[in-house]
Design a protein around this ligand. Structure first.
Ligand SMILES: [Zn+2]
Length: 228
């Protein structure tokens, strides 16, 4: 039986997983991981954008530009080394091409906002991630979708084009992309931003309790953790 709970399909040869879950595992990094959609990520991107606009220091954009610049320069240098005849791994090469393509299409700030939103999402909905690997694959996939030629599209019967999911790519390309994302710290910044926002909410809740207490009078109710 397939290793995934609740799945009763037969495993394939050389695998503990059925055909379906083996496929999900390859694409999403974990047999139980569901793909993240743009719509799911959008509210988080808005929160990050809003936070950066209201609270970041004047040099934040420069820091982000520098961090992404490092990653994108490294990818360019990697591709140039191949032109000088250095043998290269085809998957690492594809990952570098994706980074360079994303850099051409988007500015560092937009890329950072996407990654920060993923970090926020990661911390905000821990149950949405089957595992860290599942999350990392989603992050790499969302970044890859920004690159030219990395999205599949279909034609509707009425002749309009719909962009659909990211094209398939080898797990080692995904892993190489994740290590580039990790090098920027953007995901970590997103997690920290969430913590900061939550702290503000917690303070507001405390204010509210203090107000309520004032209205109801001392001794009206005990708050958890303050035994009478
Ligand atoms: Zn299965």
């Amino acid at each position: 039986m397939c290793r995934v709970d609740g799945c009763y399909r037969a495993p394939t040869k050389f695998s503990h997983l059925c055909e379906y879950h083996r496929n999900v595992d390859r694409v999403h990094g974990d047999p139980r991981q569901r793909g993240v959609t743009k719509a799911e990520l959008k509210p988080y991107q808005n929160v990050i954008r809003d936070y950066l606009a209201r609270r970041s220091g004047p040099r934040a954009e420069a820091v982000i530009g520098r961090d992404w610049g490092c990653v994108s320069r490294r990818a360019e240098e990697f591709l140039e080394a191949a032109n000088r005849g250095r043998p290269q791994n085809v998957h690492e090469r594809r990952a570098a091409q994706i980074i360079v393509s994303v850099s051409k299409e988007y500015n560092a700030m937009e890329i950072a906002i996407l990654c920060m939103a993923l970090g926020y999402f990661y911390a905000d909905q821990p149950r949405r991630w089957a595992s860290d690997r599942g999350f990392q694959y989603q992050a790499a996939r969302m970044l890859r979708r920004l690159a030219q030629g990395e999205t599949d599209f279909k034609w509707r019967p009425d002749g309009t084009m719909v962009r659909s999911s990211a094209k398939r790519c080898a797990p080692s390309v995904t892993r190489a992309l994740w290590s580039s994302i990790e090098a920027t710290n953007f995901v970590g910044y997103g997690i920290q931003i969430r913590r900061e926002i939550e702290k503000g909410r917690e303070l507001k809740r405390k204010d509210h309790i203090a107000d309520l207490r004032e209205i109801l009078g001392p001794g009206a109710f005990a708050v958890k953790g303050e035994a009478a």
